[in-house]
Ligand binder design. Sequence first.
Ligand SMILES: [Zn+2]
Length: 190
Amino acid sequence: MGDFMNAVKDHIQEGLEQAVKFRSSIYKVNQKNAFGVDLNLAAEHLSRIVNFGKEIAIIETDLSDIKDSELGEISGYTSFKKDRIYIIVNENDTSYRKRFTVAHELGHIFMGDLTEENSCFFRSQAIKTSVNKEYIKIEQRANAFASELLMPTKEVEYLIQKGFTTEKLAVIFGVSFSAMRTKVGIIFGY
Ligand SMILES: [Zn+2]
Protein backbone atom coordinates (compact mmCIF):
# COMPACT_ATOMS: atom_id res chain seq x y z
CA MET A 1 0.00 0.00 0.00
CA GLY A 2 2.90 2.36 0.71
CA ASP A 3 4.15 2.02 -2.84
CA PHE A 4 0.68 2.74 -4.19
CA MET A 5 0.29 5.85 -2.04
CA ASN A 6 3.65 7.08 -3.27
CA ALA A 7 2.59 6.44 -6.87
CA VAL A 8 -0.60 8.45 -6.27
CA LYS A 9 1.47 11.26 -4.75
CA ASP A 10 3.73 11.28 -7.81
CA HIS A 11 0.71 11.43 -10.10
CA ILE A 12 -0.74 14.36 -8.14
CA GLN A 13 2.57 16.22 -8.40
CA GLU A 14 2.72 15.48 -12.12
CA GLY A 15 -0.85 16.73 -12.64
CA LEU A 16 0.06 19.97 -10.89
CA GLU A 17 3.21 20.45 -12.98
CA GLN A 18 1.39 19.68 -16.21
CA ALA A 19 -1.29 22.29 -15.36
CA VAL A 20 1.42 24.90 -14.78
CA LYS A 21 2.89 24.00 -18.17
CA PHE A 22 -0.47 24.15 -19.93
CA ARG A 23 -1.42 27.37 -18.15
CA SER A 24 1.79 29.11 -19.17
CA SER A 25 1.16 28.14 -22.79
CA ILE A 26 -2.29 29.78 -22.62
CA TYR A 27 -0.74 33.03 -21.44
CA LYS A 28 1.06 33.34 -24.72
CA VAL A 29 -2.25 33.63 -26.54
CA ASN A 30 -4.20 35.36 -23.80
CA GLN A 31 -2.09 38.11 -22.29
CA LYS A 32 -4.91 40.31 -21.08
CA ASN A 33 -6.61 37.66 -18.96
CA ALA A 34 -4.31 37.94 -15.98
CA PHE A 35 -6.18 35.91 -13.37
CA GLY A 36 -8.56 33.00 -13.55
CA VAL A 37 -8.97 30.79 -16.58
CA ASP A 38 -11.47 30.99 -19.42
CA LEU A 39 -12.17 27.30 -20.02
CA ASN A 40 -13.63 27.79 -23.49
CA LEU A 41 -10.47 29.56 -24.50
CA ALA A 42 -8.40 26.86 -22.81
CA ALA A 43 -10.29 24.19 -24.78
CA GLU A 44 -9.76 26.12 -28.01
CA HIS A 45 -6.08 26.44 -27.26
CA LEU A 46 -5.78 22.79 -26.29
CA SER A 47 -7.40 21.68 -29.55
CA ARG A 48 -4.63 23.52 -31.39
CA ILE A 49 -1.77 21.97 -29.44
CA VAL A 50 -2.84 18.35 -28.96
CA ASN A 51 -1.71 16.12 -31.76
CA PHE A 52 -5.19 14.99 -32.77
CA GLY A 53 -5.81 18.48 -34.14
CA LYS A 54 -9.53 18.16 -33.53
CA GLU A 55 -11.88 20.75 -32.18
CA ILE A 56 -12.80 20.23 -28.52
CA ALA A 57 -16.50 20.90 -27.97
CA ILE A 58 -17.97 21.31 -24.49
CA ILE A 59 -21.54 20.00 -24.28
CA GLU A 60 -23.85 20.20 -21.26
CA THR A 61 -26.44 17.48 -21.02
CA ASP A 62 -28.51 15.51 -18.53
CA LEU A 63 -26.44 12.54 -17.38
CA SER A 64 -28.78 11.42 -14.62
CA ASP A 65 -29.97 8.47 -16.75
CA ILE A 66 -26.53 6.98 -17.00
CA LYS A 67 -26.32 4.43 -14.27
CA ASP A 68 -23.11 2.64 -13.62
CA SER A 69 -22.78 0.33 -10.67
CA GLU A 70 -19.07 1.00 -10.29
CA LEU A 71 -18.93 4.67 -11.17
CA GLY A 72 -22.06 5.89 -9.41
CA GLU A 73 -22.74 9.59 -9.84
CA ILE A 74 -21.35 10.93 -13.10
CA SER A 75 -20.12 14.49 -13.61
CA GLY A 76 -18.79 14.15 -17.13
CA TYR A 77 -16.62 12.35 -19.61
CA THR A 78 -14.72 12.81 -22.81
CA SER A 79 -15.69 11.16 -26.06
CA PHE A 80 -13.62 10.98 -29.22
CA LYS A 81 -15.58 11.18 -32.44
CA LYS A 82 -14.35 11.34 -36.01
CA ASP A 83 -14.84 15.08 -36.30
CA ARG A 84 -14.38 16.31 -32.74
CA ILE A 85 -13.50 15.57 -29.17
CA TYR A 86 -16.54 16.10 -26.97
CA ILE A 87 -16.35 16.98 -23.30
CA ILE A 88 -19.74 16.03 -21.91
CA VAL A 89 -20.74 17.75 -18.68
CA ASN A 90 -23.67 16.96 -16.40
CA GLU A 91 -26.03 19.93 -16.71
CA ASN A 92 -27.52 19.17 -13.29
CA ASP A 93 -24.27 19.97 -11.52
CA THR A 94 -23.50 23.40 -10.05
CA SER A 95 -21.57 25.87 -12.19
CA TYR A 96 -18.50 25.34 -10.00
CA ARG A 97 -18.61 21.60 -10.40
CA LYS A 98 -19.10 21.95 -14.16
CA ARG A 99 -15.99 24.11 -14.35
CA PHE A 100 -14.06 21.53 -12.38
CA THR A 101 -15.31 18.75 -14.66
CA VAL A 102 -14.23 20.62 -17.80
CA ALA A 103 -10.81 21.39 -16.29
CA HIS A 104 -10.45 17.73 -15.25
CA GLU A 105 -11.28 16.47 -18.74
CA LEU A 106 -8.96 19.03 -20.36
CA GLY A 107 -6.28 17.55 -18.12
CA HIS A 108 -6.95 14.02 -19.41
CA ILE A 109 -6.69 15.25 -22.98
CA PHE A 110 -3.57 17.35 -22.37
CA MET A 111 -1.78 14.52 -20.53
CA GLY A 112 -2.63 11.97 -23.20
CA ASP A 113 -4.77 9.74 -20.97
CA LEU A 114 -7.31 9.18 -23.72
CA THR A 115 -7.30 7.49 -27.09
CA GLU A 116 -10.03 6.68 -29.57
CA GLU A 117 -10.16 3.13 -28.24
CA ASN A 118 -10.13 4.27 -24.63
CA SER A 119 -12.13 7.44 -24.84
CA CYS A 120 -14.27 7.47 -21.72
CA PHE A 121 -13.13 8.65 -18.37
CA PHE A 122 -15.84 9.55 -15.95
CA ARG A 123 -15.28 11.63 -12.91
CA SER A 124 -17.33 10.68 -9.92
CA GLN A 125 -17.28 9.50 -6.37
CA ALA A 126 -15.90 6.23 -7.74
CA ILE A 127 -12.39 7.43 -7.15
CA LYS A 128 -12.92 6.84 -3.45
CA THR A 129 -14.22 3.30 -3.85
CA SER A 130 -12.61 2.00 -7.02
CA VAL A 131 -10.24 -0.95 -6.78
CA ASN A 132 -8.68 -0.14 -10.15
CA LYS A 133 -5.34 1.36 -9.14
CA GLU A 134 -4.48 2.64 -12.60
CA TYR A 135 -7.83 4.46 -12.73
CA ILE A 136 -7.29 6.04 -9.32
CA LYS A 137 -3.83 7.32 -10.28
CA ILE A 138 -5.04 8.85 -13.54
CA GLU A 139 -8.09 10.37 -11.89
CA GLN A 140 -6.04 11.92 -9.07
CA ARG A 141 -3.64 13.32 -11.63
CA ALA A 142 -6.52 14.90 -13.60
CA ASN A 143 -7.99 16.31 -10.38
CA ALA A 144 -4.65 17.88 -9.45
CA PHE A 145 -4.43 19.32 -12.96
CA ALA A 146 -7.95 20.77 -12.69
CA SER A 147 -7.33 22.29 -9.29
CA GLU A 148 -4.09 23.96 -10.38
CA LEU A 149 -5.57 25.12 -13.70
CA LEU A 150 -8.54 26.75 -11.95
CA MET A 151 -6.56 28.11 -8.99
CA PRO A 152 -2.94 28.58 -10.08
CA THR A 153 -0.78 28.54 -6.94
CA LYS A 154 1.39 31.49 -8.02
CA GLU A 155 -1.60 33.69 -8.84
CA VAL A 156 -3.39 32.82 -5.60
CA GLU A 157 -0.23 33.52 -3.58
CA TYR A 158 0.25 36.83 -5.36
CA LEU A 159 -3.32 37.97 -4.65
CA ILE A 160 -3.16 36.83 -1.02
CA GLN A 161 -0.09 39.03 -0.63
CA LYS A 162 -2.09 41.88 -2.16
CA GLY A 163 -4.65 41.40 0.61
CA PHE A 164 -7.50 39.70 -1.28
CA THR A 165 -9.91 37.75 0.91
CA THR A 166 -10.85 34.14 0.27
CA GLU A 167 -14.35 35.30 -0.78
CA LYS A 168 -12.88 37.64 -3.39
CA LEU A 169 -10.45 35.03 -4.63
CA ALA A 170 -13.31 32.55 -5.14
CA VAL A 171 -15.07 35.09 -7.38
CA ILE A 172 -11.90 35.90 -9.33
CA PHE A 173 -11.08 32.26 -10.01
CA GLY A 174 -14.67 31.09 -10.55
CA VAL A 175 -14.58 28.41 -7.88
CA SER A 176 -16.69 27.68 -4.82
CA PHE A 177 -15.78 29.31 -1.52
CA SER A 178 -14.97 25.93 0.01
CA ALA A 179 -12.65 24.99 -2.87
CA MET A 180 -10.90 28.34 -2.50
CA ARG A 181 -10.62 27.96 1.25
CA THR A 182 -9.02 24.54 0.78
CA LYS A 183 -6.53 25.99 -1.70
CA VAL A 184 -5.64 28.89 0.59
CA GLY A 185 -5.24 26.39 3.42
CA ILE A 186 -2.78 24.30 1.39
CA ILE A 187 -0.76 27.43 0.57
CA PHE A 188 -0.56 28.36 4.24
CA GLY A 189 0.15 24.77 5.15
CA TYR A 190 -2.83 24.03 7.34
ZN1 LIG B 1 -11.27 11.52 -15.11
